[in-house]
Design a protein around this ligand. Sequence first.
Ligand code: GDP
Length: 295
Amino acid sequence: MFQNLSERLESAFKNLKGEARISELNIANTVKDIRRALIDADVNYKIAKEFTDKVKDKALGEKVLNAISPGQLMVKIVQDELAELMGGKEAEFSITGNPAVILIAGLQGSGKTTFTGKLANYLKTKKGKSPLVVAADIYRPAAIDQLTVLAEQIGVDIYAERDNNDAVAIAQNAIKEAKAKNKNVVIIDTAGRLAVDEVMMTEVANIKAAVGPTEILFVVDSMTGQDAVNTAKAFNERLDFSGVVLTKLDGDTRGGAALSIQYTVNKPIKFVSSGEKMETLDVFYPERMAQRILG
Ligand code: GDP
């Protein structure tokens, strides 16, 4: 992931090789190349333009110290701005409450169920929590089977009601069950559809209203680029979610979703997921990601 962007940025900085100081003239090509690299990574034009305008202003406003070349200075500025674009500091993830309730939403196939398992595993092994995962997808019995397999694999309890077609009631019953069994985190995996639709949105919004979640995580496939950003917008308008989970970072993603989501919906990416193994869940650190891009 980001490989193409990394290479393109590296080559953009080469324009400055041999320059003694930064001037409007000699950074023009670098700035243009950075903008093109971002657009080709599936960042929308407006975000790319604003980004490079900022980089340019910063570069022209800074005195080049003897110890650092214009090329190095540009790398530093771009790295800082990339981190800022992705939210700056690491976002908080709240698991307070008894139980803490975490609602998982997103399109079908985005990786919700896989993430639900990974998050439960993370909270169990890294945070010493005792999670209960809930299959609240009332349309696909296979979704219940899938979560059952994952729960067994990681050794956490699952709550499901195969004959109940009321997702809100299932979520409420799950919380009662969690209290009865002393589970301190409830993770509710909701139904998704292939595109944003009213039935799905109403259902998730109703679950939200009924259970008052501690966190609402919107899960999105990073391979879908600008579509990911548009879907995020639609979900945020209805759900006002608290964070984003980017999945499938192990795939051939260009990186546009990671770079644009925070800017577009003003919500932080909290986790990134790469791969189907239950152990491959990472907390998202914008600064580290920016560093990785400029590797
Ligand atoms: P849901 O419909 O949103 O619950 O999505 P699933 O969790 O069932 O995932 C859809 C497909 O993507 C499944 O085949 C998963 O194994 C796969 N998947 C989920 N997360 C990842 C990931 O981070 N990387 C890769 N490569 N595949 C993933």
